[in-house]
Design a protein around this ligand. Sequence first.
Ligand code: SAM
Ligand code: SF4
Length: 343
Amino acid sequence: MQDAYGREINYARISITDQCNLRCVYCMPAAACVSAEVLRPQQRQVPQDTYLSAAEILRIGTVFADLGIHDLRVTGGEPLVRSDAVDIVRSLKKIPDIRRVALTTNGQLLGNMAASLKPAGLDGINVSLDTLDAVAYRSITRGGDLALTLAGIDAALAAGFSPVKVNCVLLDRDRRDDALGIAALARDRDIRVRFIEMMPIGMGVNFAGVSGGEVRNILEEAYGPWEPAGAADGSGPARYGRFQGFREAIGFISPLSDRFCGKCNRIRLSSTGFLRSCLHGEAGINLRPALEQQDDVQLRDDIVSAVNSKAAGHRFSITADGQEQAEQAGPGAAPAFMSQIGG
Ligand code: SAM
Ligand code: SF4
């Protein structure tokens, strides 16, 4: 379906939980449950029973498909901490007219789950990985085990996900070696690497990040020219290209330095049932009432309303010194956490 600006909306990111087994420093606060003193009410962690059930997610997915939103990504929080994650993937994939179901994960639990996600119908896996240094990984994720995520990537490749995509967010310019190491995964294995700019969302406001252009310069110094690929390399926000001798492409997703809102095709469903039309701001609609009333006509109307509320673009900006910030331009300008939005 089209939004008010004529953009084709055909992709939904579905967060199935806002809980996570990691606490990445730029994503979540250190504490599992954040107190009211720190956060606004809508940002608090929620009791387990307020998450959408697998059946509710299936109902929403069915209406999405009916509206032409046929490309889904299951995310979180960490989606694989939810015990019915594989069942959710399986049921979404069975919806007629759903073309693709993919998953974004930190990979900590993937080693044991990749083999069951493949037969469940999962089409693609993105693993978030910001460094190949085990000590830095533990520090950035506040306790994560790099070996587990690497084992998860191995298991995904062995299960037949090819390529596996790795998403890397660099904290700042000091993490130059991380960029080189992560990029080398695309040189040596069937791993497509994407560098994503740090956004001023959640704890991301505390980090400078590195622009896509700067990461490209760092990589070009080591690996030679990055040759941009043609349009065939995907319709999403990533700009892909290749370094000579690399097996896989390297992409840059640069929402701040290379704003792609004009081509945005997505909406985001939170794990509690709020359908958000943009990463930034709080425009959207709570689908819970329609779900509770078992009213699929209302559900459809609500989804259409949310799509129609989609803004022309985000209001993140880059300051003169290169720092990213969220413009505080009225109600809804302050962003929540990626783990709650469904990053
Ligand atoms: N837990 C899963 C994972 O880490 O892949 C899925 C959810 S996580 C919120 C999805 C992605 O959001 C991760 O790749 C993470 O790096 C990214 N992310 C979180 N906070 C961010 C921020 N402030 N700016 C840019 N990306 C961010
Ligand atoms: Fe968890 Fe993903 Fe956020 Fe890291 S980025 S804290 S793994 S939700």
